[in-house]
Design a protein around this ligand. Structure first.
Ligand code: AMP
Ligand code: MN
Ligand code: MN
Length: 348
């Protein structure tokens, strides 16, 4: 079964008219007393937070009063996103409605990305899923999953438009953060004419792209600059990996963070420096998450489908940007990646 409103795996082609109609009905049909819970994926990035909070502001404009937004894990929002409009909707996962009337998930490809909040799917009256991962497992009741969308915020705006919510600068700021994060500041292949048209709509509300970009991409504490120097200094280039397309990788431990007095989120930007390496198609950053647990980021320039590598190793993502949780030592984690690369080559 494809992406019908009744559930099941989402269609590769994106939401059907029936899916959109079901999503609109789920929101429009809410009684005035309804409790709505918005959830985005663990370790939220700009798309997760931006699409969730932008949509949340839209629901507020529609008159939804009992509205919460949350994500699994510690409730700290990474510093670059703390200024986002709608942040007052955020609650810690333990304070989130246990049995909301409607739950809406953002940018999560599978239930595993919802951590301990996964129980809300069953307890909610209706579960609506907004996402753009081709690998989305169809874990909700209504799915708006568009693998061709550059960000989940594109889907979120599609639904806000159908609900008749007027775009304002606060909603636009959130959706712009989401769109610019997932397109790498409008540099990746997913940056279609439609993406620029959408960006134009957002900018027309008066938001300041220079200021937003500086906050989310170009600002980090001096300690993080020094930490990056150290971690980049230990990067390894393996030209023969991935059937000669090359692999570059590095790692960062909790000790590294502690030595430079930095929070873990600063490491999210590291992959962008590592993936610059001309001699490697595939880049990888292995970030310590527990004693023997590592959050792995993978990127490809086009020769390798890294979502395949990540999926085999228990994670997921997009063709050219994916991740998974690795266990063991750094060397063991990297060895597992190496072993999967040549099996994930894309046709030239
Ligand atoms: P990141 O490297 O964390 O920026 O993630 C890149 C992409 O991989 C994102 O689109 C995520 O959806 C996906 N991803 C990252 N980590 C995981 C994971 N542990 N499980 C599933 N998907 C992941
Ligand atoms: Mn994301
Ligand atoms: Mn996304």
């Amino acid at each position: 079964m494809t992406g019908s409103a009744a559930g099941g795996p989402p269609a590769g082609a994106g939401p059907t008219d029936t899916d959109w109609a079901a999503a609109v009905a789920a929101v429009r049909g809410l009684p005035a007393t309804a409790r709505v819970l918005l959830i985005c994926h663990v370790n939220p990035d700009g798309d997760a937070l931006g699409s969730m909070l932008g949509f949340g502001l839209g629901l507020r404009r529609l008159g939804v009063r009992q509205l919460q937004a949350t994500f699994p894990g510690p409730p700290e929002v990474p510093e670059p996103f703390r200024w986002l409009p709608g942040s007052d909707l955020l609650v810690a996962q333990d304070d989130a409605y246990p049995d909301p009337d409607l739950v809406i998930c953002f940018d999560a490809a599978s239930e595993s990305r919802l951590g301990d909040l996964v129980d809300r799917l069953d307890k909610a009256g209706t579960a609506l899923v907004l996402d753009h991962h081709a690998s989305n497992t169809g874990f909700g009741g209504i799915h708006l999953v568009d693998p061709h969308a550059a960000a989940t915020s594109v889907v979120a705006l599609g639904l806000l438009d159908r609900l008749g919510v007027a775009l304002d600068a606060e909603i636009a700021a959130c959706l712009y953060v989401a769109l610019s994060t997932d397109t790498g500041s409008f540099r990746f292949e997913a940056t279609t004419p439609a993406v620029h048209e959408l960006a134009a709509r957002l900018l027309a509300t008066g938001i300041r792209p220079g200021e937003i970009s500086r906050q989310i991409f170009d600002t980090r504490p001096f300690g993080a600059v020094r930490l990056f120097g150290e971690v980049l200094g230990r990067a390894r280039l393996e030209p023969a990996a991935a059937a000669g397309h090359g692999l570059v990788w590095t790692y960062a431990t909790r000790d590294d963070l502690a030595r430079h007095d930095q929070p873990a989120y600063v490491l999210e930007a590291l992959i962008d420096s590592v993936r610059c390496t001309a001699e490697a198609d595939v880049s990888c950053v292995v970030k310590q998450a527990g004693d023997a647990e590592w959050a792995v980021s993978l990127r490809s320039k086009g020769a390798v489908d890294v979502s395949r590598v990540a999926t085999v190793l228990g994670g997921g993502g997009h063709r050219f940007a994916a991740g998974f949780t690795g266990r063991g030592t750094v060397d063991e984690v990297v060895e597992r990646i190496r072993a999967e690369l040549s099996g994930a080559l894309l046709p030239a």
